[in-house]
Design a binder for this molecule. Sequence first.
Ligand SMILES: Cc1ncc(COP(=O)(O)O)c(C=O)c1O
Length: 394
Amino acid sequence: MTIFDKFQQLAAARKELEQSCESFFNIVMQEIVSGTEALINGRPTILAGSNNYLGLSFDPDCIDSACEAARKEGTGTTGSRMANGTFSGHVALEHELADFFNRQGAIVFSTGYVANLAMLSTLVGSGEIIMLDADCHASIYDGCRMGDAEVHRFRHNDPQDLEKRLRRLQKRNTNILVVVEGLYSMLGDRSPLAEIVAVKEKYGAYLLVDEAHSLGVLGDHGRGLAEEAGVEESVDFVVGTFSKSLGAIGGFCVSNHPELDLVRYASRPYVFTASSSPSVIASTRMALKILQVRPNLQQRLWDNAHKLYNKLQDLGFSVGPEPSPIVAVNLDEPNEAFALWSGLLEQGVYVNLVLPPATPDGNCLLRSSVSAGHTPEQMDRICNAFEAVKQATK
Ligand SMILES: Cc1ncc(COP(=O)(O)O)c(C=O)c1O
């Protein structure tokens, strides 16, 4: 018996998948041409699976800020936020995030994943309860597993189911944190946030919204779904990431609860990892500024989102429940999913192929995501590629 025996089932599944679609396991971005294009298998390919919603990963001002910070402050902090890893840029970014969200406080974490690990494992403890939308991201589930709270799931986007469960738990007289996302990462659907807020207020619970996919995407100022739904005051904690609309890597939580700051001292994912490098913090700060002064980016993103969603719907694909920059095609059959995915790649379009158990309903998903950086010509090429693969698999 070896330590790897437990992976045998996985190895067999991988082998089977490789036979259906060899290239699935060998995707390397050989050369990055721009925020929306790369060389894959030697072929120029449009990137329609990144979360680069505002196209800022190649913004010249963000790149200049990153280079300047690296020259001035080095390539890494080589330390935890709690020790030598808090530079003035980290503190400035926390102030800027708090101002942007009109909140009293903010904490910057090393990734969005770490932000969720930290908040969910720390905020809610033994004897307390987390109520989770069933489709929440793996980082939220992992944060729950890391902590001591009791975890209950409610049906995806179903405030009535949430209420039913809260009614049952009412007698427990303990703290309850409800957790939802702004835009859900797989199907791009919004949370019914106003209804979730009404339920959480009725039962005196706290609410955390992960706006990872909605920062810069929703709301007149780009603050996310809570802004769009007009319920920001009722959201206790907003978590988000720098790895999508802000084009970098990192995570944050903002809140009006003055005690937020104490999370730093109680949270292992904050303490026991190195802080973000100066270049990342500098480009994120610049991206946050750009997001506020260039609302046309959000408009362009949504024009592209509507274009792809409408096109795929017209072609007869089973798309997600509402138009969104995440345009997901639901497919029952893995072989059909592989055929469409590799067909798109041959046409020079990369989208994400997501397989169960990572998908909400156990189906396969072709998950495209559009960017404000996609030109009209690139959008036409993406739409035409879908049309061509649809014809070819008929
Ligand atoms: C909803 C949600 N939260 C958190 C994360 C983690 O963010 P990051 O990849 O920046 O660590 C993701 C990543 O895709 C996500 O979709």
